[in-house]
Design a protein around this ligand. Structure first.
Ligand code: 5GP
Length: 253
């Protein structure tokens, strides 16, 4: 049987040509990397969890009118998404200080910010995704002023949605990263949310205990990453029904 064409392999996902023009199959790997891939491991079950969680967040966003690339989940590890032209920016929204913001500005982790703060990093692994300003973005032509207005509005809508969803299950949305892509309907171009939204790209802390339920568990060696992601999936009611426990995949396939 002809194998479908691989378009791109990243650190946590593989993209294959989709069944229709303009579609892509996004495969979630179990690979975990941190610190620009200096730290690496394979975490059994992570891909399955992130596929489910990204489906949950993206389809929720689609339902409230925030456009995303998500079309449908195909199986445990794959989802069908719209092909986009990725804008070479990582868009980070922060509600509480943590990570690089805490380091850079000397603000204690967990400090509530006066309002959500949006930051942009240039997507380039060889440079370690450096922080850039809107001046860089405009001068180097990565996005127009209109694009930046749209990106800011999308990022803040995602923040409102995700904060609410997580708060309802006792989790604080500290920060997250999204990526956006361009789609063309005839001559008309619009920006939609792409890539993934999962605990790999968010900071999620239990509201009561402060326990970390995101990729910092891996970055900082705080315990089992699968347990943390499973906890998030359980609280949201998106645990795959067929795989208990998720860390012991069947040997059938
Ligand atoms: P920080 O800048 O503090 O390292 O990250 C801020 C937020 O963006 C965190 O939720 C982090 O997980 C996410 N983030 C930043 N860069 C990346 C990246 O290259 N990949 C992923 N998956 N998430 C990122």
């Amino acid at each position: 049987m002809a194998r479908r064409k691989k378009i791109y392999e990243g650190k946590a996902k593989i993209l294959y040509e989709g069944p229709e023009p303009g579609t892509i199959v996004q495969y979630f790997k179990d690979d975990a990397t941190a610190f620009n891939a200096e730290k690496k491991d394979v975490i059994e079950g992570k891909g399955v969890l992130n596929n489910r969680l990204s489906e949950y967040f993206m389809s929720g966003l689609n339902q409230i009118g925030v456009p995303t690339h998500f079309i449908k989940r195909l199986n445990m590890r794959e989802q069908l998404v719209r092909q986009v032209e990725i804008v070479p920016l990582e868009v980070i929204v922060r509600n509480y200080a943590a990570g690089t913001m805490s380091k850079r500005l000397g603000i204690e982790e967990g400090t509530q910010l006066p309002r959500p703060i949006v930051e942009y990093c240039y997507k380039d692994d060889s440079l370690g995704d450096p922080l850039v300003t809107e001046e860089h973005i405009a001068a180097f032509g990565w996005a127009s002023q209109q694009d930046m207005d749209d990106i800011l509005s999308l990022a803040l809508r995602v923040n409102d949605f995700l904060s609410g969803v997580m708060m309802a299950v006792g989790i604080k949305l500290v920060d997250f990263k999204i990526e956006v892509g361009r789609v063309y309907d005839g001559d008309f171009m619009r920006l939609i949310i792409a890539d993934e939204i999962s605990p790999d790209s968010c900071r999620l802390w239990d509201i009561e205990t402060g326990q970390k339920l995101d990729k910092d568990v891996f970055r900082r060696d705080l315990g089992s990453l699968t347990d943390a992601y499973t906890e998030v999936a359980k609280r949201l009611g998106v645990m795959p029904k067929t795989s208990t426990p998720i860390t012991k995949p069947t040997l059938i396939n």
